[in-house]
Design a protein around this ligand. Sequence first.
Ligand SMILES: Nc1nc2c(ncn2[C@@H]2O[C@H](COP(=O)(O)OP(=O)(O)O)[C@@H](O)[C@H]2O)c(=O)[nH]1
Ligand SMILES: [Mg+2]
Length: 380
Amino acid sequence: MKIACIVLPTYNESENVGILLPRIFEQADRIPSHELHVLVVDDNSPDGTAGVVRGLQARYPHLHVISGQKRGLGEAYKRGFAHAIKELDPDLILQMDADLQHSPELLPLMIGLQQYGFNFVIGSRFVLGGSTPNFSFKRRMMSLVGNWLLRNMGGLPAIKDCTSGFRCIKAELLKRCDLAGLSTKGYSFQSSLLFELARNGARIIEIPITFPDRVRGESKLGLADQIEFLLNLVRIRFRNSSEFIRFLFVGASGVVVNLGLYWVLTRLLPIGLEIAAPVAIEVSIVSNFILNNVYTFRERGSGNSLARRFLYFHVAAGLAGVVNYSIFILLVRGVGMYDILANCVGIVGGTVVNYLMNSRITWGAGKKGGPFHSDNRSMR
Ligand SMILES: Nc1nc2c(ncn2[C@@H]2O[C@H](COP(=O)(O)OP(=O)(O)O)[C@@H](O)[C@H]2O)c(=O)[nH]1
Ligand SMILES: [Mg+2]
């Protein structure tokens, strides 16, 4: 049977885990598709959280616990994910808080949604039906502004809750991600992980959750997390633009190839511009294809197979070529523009179309279907 493993980070949650863990395992019967496991990642909590968990292991054979140094929520998750993948080889990995702010009764739904093609389910406080009934005005504003900044800077305008800690992720998708590079602290780890999953082909759905205040214990996320969160916004933005900058470099090399060949064909050989231009375009498409494959999108694990990527790339390149050629002919024949200049304009138009298609589709989320598929990735 396939395994779903909840990675549950804890720091001083001894009062909560004793209540939460039985409530989680009560849900196991409602999840026919998966065997439910819980991995508690405790950072040597001084209040003896790990001891409480160990005490419950006799009752729950699928309860696991690892301990380590306290180095932030992000580090705890990284350790937990690696351990779960190595020891349990799960099909699904879930993230959840241990302080009863996330309702275990939603676990069957979050796990069940994977059957419908969603490989990343987010329990969301900010979609219709979600709520944060006990948030102070200040906390609500911080969360709303932070999430607004994140979704727009990171290029996922449709995602409402970028920092939620209640999520269900297909392990296969998580394995494609580069976790080592992600932030170590709380809120910024959650948002960095979201964008990393998106880059690697997540098909996302948000389901509404109620996020009440914690009743026992104290929140651990403080000022340092908020500062790292703000700095991380810049990193997230840069990470997205660095891909676009690489794409432009490749595009520039394509311009050299295109114009160089066009010049050779029209100036050194007796070939007319109607033929020379499309030949030059086609050769530059092929050189761009090779470079984009090995350079621009090298960090992305696409939801598409290599063969499919290869096919989509040619469709994108073909469309870009049509746009390039149409602009070129229109400008030369229609407006009487100098042919080299007209070709430059055509190349710019073709490059934009090429980038949008490759970023959103070829190296995108894979087969169409999820609400996430393309609109949310407008900045990539
Ligand atoms: N292992 C570990 N868990 C942490 C750390 N910081 C927070 N947590 C856990 O992460 C979850 C969410 O933290 P919490 O303080 O409730 O954040 P808040 O709900 O945003 O105020 C809880 O289960 C905490 O015990 C940490 O540094 N290490
Ligand atoms: Mg909490």
